[in-house]
Ligand binder design. Structure first.
Ligand SMILES: [Zn+2]
Length: 278
C-alpha cells in the first residue's frame, strides 16, 4: 500500500491539534478542588460509608471539603477519618425538623455551645433563613458565637437576607451559600461589589455555565473578583452523591475556561484561606 504523504501531514496536524486541546484542558482536569458545600447527613449513611465518601473524593480530585450534616455525627465521622482534609462545620440542626424552627429555638444555642467544646469546627451552618429571620434571637447568638470563636457563618438566604446579615453582624465572616441560588446575575454582582468581605459559594448555581460554557458575565465577574468565590457540590440528597463525579467534571470544564491563576483561586486557594486549612 502506498501512503499519500499529504494525508500523513494532514493526520499529523490533526494529532498536534488534539494534543494541544488536551494540553489546555489537562491542567483543569488535574486541579485540586476544595469542595465548599458537602453534607453527609443521615439518609446518606446506609448508601455511602465514610470510606466510600473519601474514595469518591480521591477519585474526583477533591482534596479538601467543607462538611456539615444533619445530625452532626456524619461530619465528625468523616473528619475522624481524614482530619487534614475535612473542614467540619457545625450545623444548628439536630434533626431535619430543626430547619423550620432553628432561628427561634433557644435550645439550639445550648446544643451548639456544647458541641463547640470539641474545638474542631471551622464554621457554623449551613443554615437557611429569610431576611425577616435575620434579627431572630438564635441568629444573633450564632453570630456572637461565630465572632467569639473565629468561626465563619454559612448562610443560605437571598440577596436581601445576606445584606441584612452583613449589616447586623459585621464582625462575622459570612459565606453565602449558592451565591443566593435563584438571585439573578446582576443582583449577585451588586452584592459582591458592595461587600468586599463576603465570600460566595457556587453550588447549584447552574447559570454560571449553562450547557458547559462559562457565561461571559460570570467570567468577567470572576476575573474582576477572583478572590471571592468557592466551588461546591451541595450533597443535600443522596442522589447528589450518585452524581458527584459528573458534577465535578462539569465544574472543571468551566474552571478550564478561566485563566489558570483565577481557576486555581476559585478551585481551592480561596477556600483554604477562608476556611483556614493549611
Ligand atoms: Zn447545603
Amino acid at each position: 500500500m502506498v501512503t499519500n504523504p499529504m494525508a500523513r501531514v494532514g493526520s499529523s496536524l490533526i494529532l498536534i491539534c488534539l494534543v494541544g486541546l488536551l494540553a489546555t484542558s489537562s491542567w483543569a482536569q488535574e486541579l485540586p478542588v476544595f469542595d465548599a458545600h458537602i453534607h453527609y447527613s443521615q439518609p446518606d449513611w446506609s448508601s455511602y460509608s465514610p470510606e466510600a465518601i473519601l474514595a469518591l473524593l480521591d477519585n474526583t480530585g477533591v482534596r479538601w471539603a467543607v462538611v456539615s450534616s444533619t445530625p452532626d455525627d456524619g461530619t465528625l465521622r468523616l473528619y475522624e477519618k481524614a482530619p487534614g482534609r475535612i473542614a467540619p462545620v457545625l450545623r444548628p440542626y439536630r434533626t431535619r425538623a430543626d430547619m423550620g424552627t432553628c432561628t427561634t429555638d433557644a435550645s439550639i444555642v445550648a446544643y451548639v455551645q456544647e458541641r463547640l467544646k470539641r474545638g474542631v469546627y471551622k464554621g457554623l451552618g449551613e443554615f437557611h433563613l429569610s431576611v425577616a429571620q435575620a434579627t431572630d434571637p438564635v441568629v444573633k447568638d450564632l453570630a456572637a458565637l461565630g465572632a467569639r470563636h473565629s468561626l465563619f457563618l454559612y448562610a443560605h438566604t437571598d440577596a436581601a437576607g445576606i445584606e441584612e446579615l452583613l449589616r447586623l453582624y459585621p464582625g462575622v465572616r459570612w459565606l453565602w451559600a449558592h451565591a443566593g441560588l435563584g438571585e439573578p446575575f446582576e443582583v449577585v454582582a451588586r452584592v459582591i461589589d458592595r461587600h468586599p468581605a463576603l465570600m460566595s459559594e457556587l453550588s447549584l448555581k447552574s447559570e454560571v455555565a449553562a450547557g458547559g460554557t462559562l457565561d461571559p458575565r460570570w467570567k468577567d465577574l470572576f476575573l474582576r473578583r477572583p478572590d471571592r468565590f468557592l466551588v461546591g457540590t451541595d450533597t443535600w440528597v443522596t442522589s447528589q452523591w450518585d452524581r458527584f463525579a459528573q458534577i465535578q467534571t462539569g465544574v472543571r470544564a468551566w474552571l478550564g475556561q478561566l485563566p489558570r491563576d483565577v481557576a486555581e483561586k476559585i478551585a481551592y486557594r480561596n477556600a483554604r484561606k477562608f476556611v483556614g486549612l493549611p
